[in-house]
Every structure is written in structure tokens, then in C-alpha cells.
Design a protein around this ligand. Structure first.
Ligand code: FE2
Length: 261
């Protein structure tokens, strides 16, 4: 089966890139499961219930998030209410939402989706490696197709997670840095891996934000309120072919779509 994962949707530019390209990508690759990281979908800061509902109506099957999931207060209740949405599993368990969900793909296969967040240069959360061990042990053995979104800053932490979970999940794909990496491969144990899926949003800025404002911040060291860049819309993600009888990945390929500017 083919699983499409689309990297961090950023602002209306990213939402438009998703809306314009999703049906074509699903048809071109014969996609049975579409997962989207939406943590920056609301102007770069978090995601709202309306935006998440719109994505699910478009044909997205599940939504993952990251550190920005807490930016919009009205999303807290939505996290508890919607079983197709995750937040990183290694935040305190008292917080709303789930880090591990099960969603049925278009071909009837039940897919486990695990969302974790890194600790290097980020909030010091529970250990994502041990949290992954704990949650993977909970996944029923007949759920073979297992997708992990590891939302982390540091490439080394992400590569380490790939090796840690190799052979135990179908794919480990990194998010958060908004820069797609070229290390797309299948690890020795059959796990598809890429350090970062890249952003689906405006590439004319600095990881999504308006470049003039970011430069002002770097050049003056003063606090500057950042806004989303408006130009250079691109969609980035991966398509992974997974053998649903074993859970092993057969292939992984990067996908990119550029919006006319
Ligand atoms: Fe993030």
C-alpha cells in the first residue's frame, strides 16, 4: 500500500499548496493513506479546529503536529475529540490529546500513527526513545503498518531515532526544520527513513516566515513579530510503499509540487 506523508503545512500558502495538489498526488501514486503535519497551518503558529476539519474534508486521513500544537487554545479540546489527530506522545500525559492513534486506510488496513518530539534544542520533554519503546509495545501485533512522525530540531537525534525503531515500524519521517533532506532511504531492518520531509508552505521566506522580518531580527537582535511569507508556495513530502502483510517498506520517494507564483 502507498502512504503519502506531507511535511509541515505552513500558513494559507501551505494550505493552498495542499488543497491544489492533494487529489492529483493521491491519484498519481495510488495513495491509500494520507498523513499531514499541520502544526504550523494557522499562519505559522499552531492549527485550529476549522483548519484541521478542512484538511480532513479534503481527503487527508490523519494529522500529526509538534511543539506548536499548543499555540491555539481552542485546539486543546479538539485534540481530545478528534481521533484522527495526534500531538507528540512525550508531552506530559495530563495534557489533552493522544500521541498514538489508529486510522483505517482506504484499503481497510489499520495504520498506527505515532507522533514524538525531540529534546535537543527544544523543550525538555520525556525521553522520546523510551516513549517510542513503551508505545510500540502497546501496538497490537496484527497492526503491521506503523508510521512515526518525529518532530525534532537536530539531525543526529532524528537519525538515531531511525536506527532505534528500524525493523519495528514501517517509517520514521522527521518534521520541524522545514527543510527537506536528501537522505531518503530504507534502513537495514526495512524502515523507510528521511530526516526531514520539508515544509509545505512559502519558500520565499525563512522556514516560512517573511524574510525581511527575520533578517531584521538577526541584524538588530531586537524582538520582531514574525509573519508568514506570502510567496514561493511548494509542497514537500514522501510516498512510501509498504507491504501491509509484514509492515516493511518496499520503497520511499520524495515528492514535490511547486505553485505558480
Ligand atoms: Fe515545529
Amino acid at each position: 500500500m502507498n502512504l503519502l506523508f506531507i511535511g509541515d503545512v505552513y500558513s494559507s500558502v501551505g494550505r493552498n499548496a495542499l488543497a491544489w495538489n492533494l487529489a492529483e498526488l493521491q491519484a498519481t501514486y495510488g495513495v491509500q493513506m494520507t498523513i499531514v503535519n499541520a502544526e504550523n497551518a494557522a499562519g505559522g503558529f499552531g492549527v485550529t479546529p476549522q483548519i484541521a476539519d478542512d484538511m480532513l474534508s479534503l481527503g487527508v486521513d490523519a494529522i500529526t503536529t509538534g511543539n506548536h500544537v499548543w499555540d491555539k487554545r481552542d485546539f486543546f479540546e479538539y485534540l481530545d475529540r478528534n481521533p484522527r489527530v495526534t500531538r507528540p506522545a512525550n508531552y506530559p500525559k495530563e495534557l489533552p490529546g493522544r500521541g498514538l492513534i489508529y486510522v483505517e486506510a482506504r484499503n481497510g488496513v489499520r495504520v498506527a500513527i505515532l507522533n514524538l518530539q525531540g529534546r535537543a534544542l527544544m523543550t525538555p520533554l520525556d525521553c522520546p526513545f523510551r516513549k517510542a519503546d513503551e508505545l510500540i509495545a502497546e501496538i497490537p501485533t496484527d497492526v503491521k503498518v506503523r508510521f512515526v512522525d518525529f518532530h525534532a530540531e537536530l539531525t543526529s537525534e532524528k537519525v538515531a531515532m531511525g536506527w532505534h525503531l528500524d525493523g519495528r515500524v514501517s517509517a520514521v519521517i522527521g518534521t520541524h526544520t522545514h527543510i527537506p533532506t536528501a537522505d531518503t532511504r530504507i534502513l537495514a531492518g526495512g524502515t523507510a527513513y528521511q530526516t526531514d520531509a520539508g515544509m509545505t508552505g512559502p519558500y520565499d521566506g525563512v522556514i516560512g516566515a517573511d524574510k525581511e522580518l527575520v533578517l531584521k531580527k538577526f541584524l538588530t537582535s531586537l524582538p520582531v513579530r514574525l509573519e508568514a511569507s506570502k510567496k514561493g508556495g511548494e509542497l514537500h513530502g514522501v510516498v512510501i510503499d509498504i507491504d501491509e502483510t509484514t509492515g516493511q517498506a518496499r520503497s520511499i520517494e520524495r515528492v514535490t509540487r511547486k505553485m505558480a507564483s
